[in-house]
Write a protein that binds this ligand. Structure first.
Ligand code: GYE
Length: 316
């Protein structure tokens, strides 16, 4: 920040230190993706780099997140970064920030409010991620000569009402609809956590209602790691060296290890490193320039066939 900006800033007494005060509302600690995302913010918005970061962990509670927004407004921060758990329930809090003249930058998941209420949204095209997973499955089954077989799919879903879950589910279900021989034999929410992924799969296997599982699609890596534990305990084989086709999302380093070990077929990349784009938006606003409404991240899909080529470059 230049001198003029430093003088304007810090209206609240005691904060006239020239730092840009940024309030950040995080979802919680539900996954390894989330840890990478949190660390990225903590490493970007440092005092050394000119920021005073007020980091708030939402503890997986939407109410807590909304309350945090009002707290930050009261503290008169310069910017609010919002990473919402769910899309709904934000109208009043977002509007209050706007009235207070505090720019809100939404990142990762989205909020269901008019787009004039916030500055920008930075994140992934989750529906496209879902489509990538089914496109890969389609190709793989064809390669295996199984394109006309009945394919029984279990879908492990992320948090209800979260953009990442809504988008991925939509992309996946559209793909399933296009294949009359594919059928979802079971689907349910495991909140993006490894523990719930394991419990969900253990319950499913112990109920015994689903006889055939050809594919498990999990809306993040941690839930599939949990599912793997449940499969192990029930003596079910999976991955390229086993029976069940395993697909997940995020592309964590641990998933590359699993793909190399023959336990995971494919993972759709979702980039958690959003802080530098958020910072760019703040810098543009500081300079009085216009910013885009949407910044999408570039993403790939990785498979057990190419995992060894990429594992060394993976940052999270
Ligand atoms: O896939 C999951 C995390 O919102 C994109 O949330 C994010 C998702 C990510 O907990 O692992």
């Amino acid at each position: 920040a230049d001198k003029t900006q430093q003088l304007i800033r810090g209206a609240a007494p005691g904060y006239n230190d020239g730092l840009i005060r940024v309030g950040m509302i995080q979802t919680g600690k539900e996954s390894d993706w989330r840890d990478a995302n949190t660390n990225d913010y903590l490493n970007t918005f440092t005092k050394e780099r000119g920021y005073d970061l007020i980091y708030i962990d939402g503890n997986s509670s939407s109410e807590r997140q909304v309350k945090a927004m009002y707290d930050l407004i009261q503290q008169k921060v310069d910017y609010i970064i919002l990473q919402p758990i769910v899309e709904t329930g934000w109208e009043d809090a977002i509007h209050a920030a706007k009235e207070a003249g505090i720019p809100v930058i939404v990142a990762d998941r989205k909020i269901a409010v008019d787009e004039t209420e916030y500055v920008s949204w930075i994140g992934s095209d989750f529906e496209e991620e879902g489509r990538k997973a089914v496109t890969w499955l389609d190709q793989y089954l064809t390669e295996q000569g199984r394109e006309n077989e009945t394919i029984h799919i279990v879908l492990l879903e992320g948090t209800e009402g979260a953009t990442a879950a809504i988008g991925r589910t939509n992309g996946i279900l559209h793909g399933v609809e296009e294949h009359p021989n594919w059928t979802i034999v079971d689907r349910g929410c495991a909140n993006f956590t490894q523990g719930e992924g394991q419990t969900y799969m253990e319950n499913l296997l112990s109920k015994g209602t689903v006889k055939d599982i050809d594919v498990i699609i999990s809306e993040n890596d941690n839930m599939i790691f949990g599912a793997m534990k449940a499969l192990d305990r029930n003596g079910k084989s999976y991955g390229p060296e086993g029976d069940i086709i395993m697909i997940s999302f995020d592309a964590l380093h641990e998933s590359f290890e699993n793909m190399i070990a023959g336990k995971l077929h494919a993972t759709v990349e979702c980039n958690p490193l959003l802080a530098s784009t958020v910072e760019t938006v703040i810098e543009e606003l500081e300079a009085g320039r216009e910013v885009d409404k949407i910044y999408n991240t570039e993403e790939n899909i990785y498979t057990y066939e190419n995992a060894a080529d990429y594992i060394d470059q993976r940052k999270y």
